[in-house]
Design a protein around this ligand. Structure first.
Ligand SMILES: NC(=O)C1=CN([C@@H]2O[C@H](COP(=O)(O)OP(=O)(O)OC[C@H]3O[C@@H](n4cnc5c(N)ncnc54)[C@H](O)[C@@H]3O)[C@@H](O)[C@H]2O)C=CC1
Ligand SMILES: O=C(OP(=O)(O)O)[C@H](O)COP(=O)(O)O
Length: 341
């Protein structure tokens, strides 16, 4: 059993904790929290051992009636690997603590790439991180782009990729984020940070990205154009992408016209928290014009990186290969929509 600790129990951390508990080869040692808020309450209700991320604040948990199993350093010492899901920048500060306990760690995409010794997307570069101790699962948008580009590169070769990312302003719980009534070029510099980030996964890839932020919380939306090295038909591309478990091709008959209905579909299907772990690609948008592929995909920012974190744990701590890890993760979490259309 791989003993996993989670440091930072927010949007990503709570989802990774649930996913780890679902794995037959992993054990959740516990989760570290800074304060006894509603997320600490649900962690306690689920029976996850809680560790105080800031020891001086441990008393606040007692006062709230939440039992603490220890301090974060005890969690780090007792774990084979830590998944650091703290807010951007805190992970980099935490690395020294993981090094002091010689505990490998997995950081998130809000950290700079140099927080770790390698960046990770399971479908693209699982094997490249196997000998590393510190790895970063790239951001939700970079994960979504890399998952799409991996099979395209293998099957057709990619001459150049371009993507315009319409980014949600904040997550549903982030009431302090915006814009409330505007459309912002964000970042205004071109390329946005996403293109260089995809190149941490595919160093040779020629890719340019542009970003915006809009008043929405549900999902990001990408308009993608990929110039391929060969000229497949749209149908052939559709079949290629359909075979990928972490790409969901939205059928025309499903009558899903945007992120709202996608989220509704996930909730109706009984997905925890309405999560969509897959890239959601509109099958009807897939078009090829003399080797130029175009499509739209929606990315659920709160959840697409969750199966990637589970695979990153196996890449660092086991001999399980990429295909087997992805299959195990998908089966235990229920990743992949079986199309009934
Ligand atoms: N929310 C999103 O859409 C996505 C976030 N990410 C990345 O994942 C990382 C985490 O983001 P979220 O889960 O959204 O943040 P979050 O703010 O929802 O959760 C972070 C949690 O860490 C806790 N925390 C703060 N300081 C801490 C410390 N010193 N020690 C332990 N815990 C501490 C916070 O109280 C909070 O519960 C960031 O790098 C972010 O960029 C990646 C993909 C998508
Ligand atoms: O990593 C993310 O997005 P990004 O790839 O656009 O930077 C997550 O959606 C978090 O983004 P945020 O920095 O808007 O919270």
């Amino acid at each position: 059993m791989i003993r996993v600790g989670i440091n930072g129990y927010g949007t990503i951390g709570k989802r990774v904790a649930d996913a780890v508990t679902a794995q037959p080869d992993m054990e959740l040692v516990g989760v570290a929290k800074t304060r006894p808020n509603f997320e600490a309450d649900t962690a306690a209700r689920k029976g996850y051992p809680l560790y105080a991320a800031i020891p001086d604040r441990a008393g606040a948990f007692d006062a709230a009636g939440i039992r603490i199993a220890g301090e974060v350093t005890e969690l780090v010492g007792a774990s084979d690997v830590i998944v650091d899901t703290c807010p951007s920048g805190i992970g980099a500060q935490n690395r020294a603590m993981y090094e002091a306990y010689q505990t490998p760690a997995i950081f998130q995409g809000g950290e700079d790439a140099d927080v770790a010794d390698g960046s990770f997307v399971a479908r693209a570069n699982y094997d490249s991180v196997r000998d590393l101790e510190y790895v970063r699962v790239v951001s939700c948008n970079t994960t979504g782009l890399s998952r799409l580009l991996a099979p395209l590169r293998e099957e057709y070769g990619v001459r150049k990729a371009r993507a315009t990312l319409v980014r949600r302003g904040g997550d549903p719980g982030q009431s302090d984020r915006g814009p409330i009534n505007d459309i912002l070029p964000d970042p205004v510099e071109i390329p946005s940070h996403h293109g260089p980030d995809v190149k941490t996964i595919f160093p040779e890839l020629d890719i340019d990205t542009m970003g915006m932020k809009v008043p929405a919380t549900m999902m990001h939306m990408h308009g993608v154009n990929v110039t391929l090295e060969s000229e497949p038909t749209a149908e052939e591309v559709r079949e290629l992408l359909e075979a990928e478990s972490r790409l969901f091709l939205i059928p025309e008959e499903a009558d899903i016209d945007g992120a709202g209905k996608l989220k509704e579909y996930a909730l109706d299907a009984g997905r925890p928290r309405g999560d969509l772990w897959e890239n959601c690609i509109w099958g009807r948008s897939i078009s090829v014009e003399r080797g130029d592929l175009y499509l739209f995909q929606a990315i659920h920012q709160e959840s697409d990186v969750v199966p990637e974190n589970v695979d990153a744990i196996r890449a660092l701590c086991s001999d399980v290969d990429a295909d087997e890890s992805i299959a195990r993760t998908d089966e235990s979490m229920g990743v992949g929509f079986e199309s009934r259309f």
